[in-house]
Write a protein that binds this ligand. Structure first.
Ligand SMILES: Cc1cc2nc3c(=O)[nH]c(=O)nc-3n(C[C@H](O)[C@H](O)[C@H](O)COP(=O)(O)O)c2cc1C
Length: 460
């Protein structure tokens, strides 16, 4: 079979995810995020389009870096207000059969035990269709809201995250053996205590000692996504991630990120091809190029510069309102997200970005690439990015909700299917079985060696 393009939809439980200003249009439905029907309809639409998953980003805190206050973000709804993504999943899972659900949960503000329990519950209710996007959080405002003086130092956040994952693996993989759930009505025995183990961990950041409250879900450990692209983030990804989410505005910048990730996977003793890499991307597609371009022009005219400035300042940790719009962006290490600034500077030295260029760029789809055109043009662009960068697929953001996804399902998906590069039916099984696996190591519902988590499995 020819190479397959994987597609996830990328959004957040809020009004403005990556398209500040668009909610003001009459035709836009982003403000419907408070309605259950909004999410159920979206999930059904994506399943019709054979998307692998709906990927829900999330942040802890608000964007108060630009101008030194939250004013710009609050006025423009730049990722605030923002509701909790996890409760959306059972709603959407109930209305679909195959679509996966990625949920972003931060490891920086809670103990692993309740987070592991929440994900196990979601994996049960979705019958094994949940992925966890592991983030360490990058907003100082979030740290202060959660009672810390400031954000923990960048690399130390990942050290803590490594230990967090070890506790989760111990709970998910090491607590209940296969066969521990007997469910024998006649004997009146549900669980076999001999196969259910106390989990003990006494580490630098976390302690736990007890039986995990949940029986194993179909995937045990949910499919693991990760998105940090700094040096330390890349090492973390190489140890834990089964899918990696990257974002860069040019193919050259993305190629460097992908190469670094695949090298790091090899260094960590894992098959670089066993991990699926997805690029953040935006598609504006219509029946004709002229129609798509006209819509793109209308979207560009509607971008909220302040909203985009608030987002980019929050991602980079730099108050970009203090610079003139024509100043050139240069890379500096910051304690927020390091890869966001890198993608507009050192990742692709062939292109320099002014503050204005970068702000206007992120106003439509964040820091990923953008393709505008008729179905053939957009399919050509996606295939070219796959060839040039080595990614396995795309996390597609919306500009106009839900029109962006409706157009993709109506126009782009049939074109990709006609080319034989996109599935016409879902594979059976859990999200891990649908998304991972290589010729050398076929996919399975649960983690397998050499993934670090598999070593936590208990057998008697
Ligand atoms: C494409 C992409 C999407 C991301 N989505 C989220 C998100 O939803 N929530 C979050 O807290 N961080 C998100 N991040 C940020 C990363 O998880 C990470 O915190 C950030 O990139 C800083 O880590 P780094 O310095 O290793 O890049 C995203 C990053 C990328 C590249």
């Amino acid at each position: 079979m020819s190479r397959q393009i994987r597609l996830n939809a990328f959004t957040m439980n809020c009004v403005v995810h990556l398209a500040p200003g668009q909610w003001t249009a009459e035709s836009d439905r982003s403000t419907g995020y408070l309605d259950t029907g909004h999410w159920v309809d979206l999930a059904k639409l994506l399943e019709r389009g054979r998307f692998d998953s709906l990927f829900l980003g999330d942040i802890t805190g608000i964007y108060d870096v630009a101008g030194g206050s939250a004013e710009m973000a609050l006025r423009t709804a730049a990722q605030v207000p923002m509701n909790d993504p996890a409760p959306l999943i059972p709603l959407m899972a109930h209305a679909t059969e195959h679509l996966g659900f990625g949920v972003t949960l931060s490891v920086s503000y809670e103990h692993p035990y309740p987070l592991a329990r929440r994900l196990t519950t979601l994996d049960h209710l979705s019958k094994g269709r949940v992925a966890w996007n592991i983030v360490t959080s990058y907003l100082d405002s979030g740290a202060r809201s959660l009672g810390l003086d400031a954000l923990v130092e960048h690399d130390a956040r990942y050290d803590r995250a490594d230990e967090f994952l070890d506790v989760c693996y111990a709970l998910w993989e090491g607590g209940w053996e296969d066969g521990a759930v007997v469910r024998d009505r006649e004997a009146g025995v549900y669980g076999d205590p001999a196969r259910i183990h106390r989990v003990r961990h006494d580490g630098e950041h976390f302690r736990t000692d007890g039986v995990f409250q949940c029986e194993p879900s179909p995937q045990r450990t949910p499919l693991l996504f990760q998105a940090g692209g700094s040096d330390r983030g890349t090492r973390f990804a190489a140890r834990h991630a089964e899918c990696i989410f990257v974002g860069a505005p040019t193919p050259a910048g993305l190629r460097r990120t992908v190469d670094r990730l695949r090298d790091a996977l090899r260094d960590a003793g894992r098959d670089p091809a066993s991990v699926r890499i997805f690029a953040m991307f935006t598609v504006i597609v219509d029946e004709t190029e002229a129609l798509a371009k006209a819509r793109h022009d209308a979207y560009r005219a509607r971008v909220s510069y302040d909203g985009a400035l608030a987002l980019l300042s929050g991602w980079t940790g730099i108050d970009l309102s203090r610079y003139a719009p024509d100043d050139t962006l240069a890379y500096v290490d910051t304690n927020a997200g390091q890869s966001a600034l890198a993608s507009f500077s050192k990742l692709d030295p062939s292109r320099t970005w002014t503050v204005r260029d970068a702000v206007e760029f992120v106003g439509i789809g964040g820091r990923g690439g953008v393709a505008v055109g008729d179905p053939r043009q957009v399919a050509d662009t996606l295939e070219a990015w796959m060839d040039e960068t080595g990614v396995d697929g795309f996390n597609l953001a919306s500009v106009e909700m839900p029109r962006t996804f409706e157009d993709i399902v109506a126009h782009l998906v049939p074109e990709l299917q006609r080319r034989g590069v996109y599935k016409t039916e879902y594979a059976d099984g859990t999200l891990r079985e649908k998304l991972t696996g290589t010729e050398a190591q076929p996919a399975s519902a649960t983690l397998q060696a050499p993934h670090v988590g598999a070593a936590f499995r208990r057998h008697t």
